[in-house]
Each structure stands twice: as structure tokens, then as C-alpha cells.
Design a protein around this ligand. Structure first.
Ligand SMILES: [Zn+2]
Length: 194
């Protein structure tokens, strides 16, 4: 059984982009861990009639939604890195010193390395360099995810490598924006996912 760590930017990304994948492997008995970087507090509210009233407590609502989503997916372990949502590229939220986009690079990398060392994943799921569609938190998730993996290799006897199995991404994730990284630099019977 493998340990899969999915590093995501916002509460909802785990379901929108990798929900079926995470549910499948959790159901098969693999250990599935979700790490979420931000609180989702700059998200858009479309499904309520009073968005102005709800906006101040959006982070709290999204945490509750994430917990319900993970429960539905069968994911029992998750971690928060605790940063504020940076909002869409070019918006005022980008300048908030507490947002993920504005963090000193080594802060979030250190936090994610701590999680990688704690869970020792066989597979890390993170984003492509453009973050799918250019959202600053998605771009930062790619930077932090790939850098943390590289730093992690300094503490491990074997080595980490990157694979980008395009067919797997298309066929099973239905999405081309994710990079899957496997330890030992290649597929193995322990980390085979297809
Ligand atoms: Zn997102």
C-alpha cells in the first residue's frame, strides 16, 4: 500500500481536481493525506443569496466544507499550512502580507517538508508551473510542492525523481495540470497507480 500526499492550494481543489482519484485510492486501502495551503477566504460565493454577509466567515465555512468533502472522499488525514487565500491574480488580496503568494519562500517550503517527513509519501500530487489557470496560490503551490520534494531528498537515502505520466493525467485525473512525483524516480509495484 502506498501513501499519497495531495498538496492543494484551496479548500475545494482536492475535490474539484483530484476527488475521484483520492476516493479511489482511499477506498483501496492506500493512505491518502491532503495538505491545504490556504483558508480559501478570497473565494467567490455563488450559491447563497447573501454573499456580503457570509464573506467575513468564508474561511470558517470553507473549513467545514473541506472536512465534509474529505469525509465523503474517505480521506482521514489532512493538514493546514494556515495561509490566507491570495485571491485571483491582479486583485487587492495579492498584496496582503499574510497571503500565500506573499510568503517568504522558505516558510511554506519548511512547513511542507515537515509534513513530507511526517507522512513519508510515496507519491506527491501538486500543480503545474502555471497553476492550471494562473491563480497565484496555484502557482505558489507548484513552487512550494516541487521545492519541498527536492529539499526532502536531502534527508533520505534514496532519491526522488519526477515523472509526468501524461496519459495517466488525461485518463485518470482528466486534467493535464498536475505533476506526479514518485520516489525512486520511476514507477514501481508499490507506487503503481494505473
Ligand atoms: Zn484553487
Amino acid at each position: 500500500m502506498a501513501t499519497i500526499l495531495a498538496f492543494h492550494a484551496h479548500p475545494d481543489d482536492e475535490s474539484v481536481s483530484t476527488g475521484v482519484t483520492l476516493a479511489k485510492y482511499a477506498d483501496e486501502g492506500h493512505r491518502v493525506v491532503v495538505v491545504t495551503a490556504t483558508d480559501g477566504s478570497a473565494g467567490e460565493i455563488h450559491n447563497y443569496e447573501n454573499p456580503e454577509e457570509l464573506f467575513p466567515k468564508l474561511a470558517e465555512m470553507r473549513k467545514e466544507e473541506l472536512e465534509k468533502s474529505l469525509d465523503a472522499l474517505g480521506v482521514k488525514e489532512y493538514e493546514w499550512l494556515g495561509y490566507k487565500d491570495s485571491g485571483m491574480m491582479g486583485t487587492e488580496e495579492n498584496n496582503d502580507p499574510d497571503c500565500f503568494w506573499r510568503q517568504d519562500y522558505f516558510g511554506p517550503v519548511g512547513k511542507l517538508v515537515t509534513e513530507i517527513r511526517k507522512y513519508k509519501p510515496d507519491v506527491l500530487i501538486t500543480y503545474d508551473p502555471f497553476g492550471g489557470y494562473g491563480h497565484p496560490d496555484h502557482i505558489q503551490t507548484h513552487r512550494v510542492g516541487t521545492a519541498a520534494l527536492a529539499h526532502r531528498s536531502q534527508f533520505k537515502d534514496d532519491w526522488w525523481g519526477f515523472n509526468i505520466p501524461v496519459e495517466f493525467q488525461k485518463d485518470f485525473l482528466g486534467y493535464e495540470n498536475y505533476i506526479l512525483a514518485f520516489n525512486r524516480g520511476s514507477w514501481s509495484s508499490e507506487t503503481e497507480l494505473v
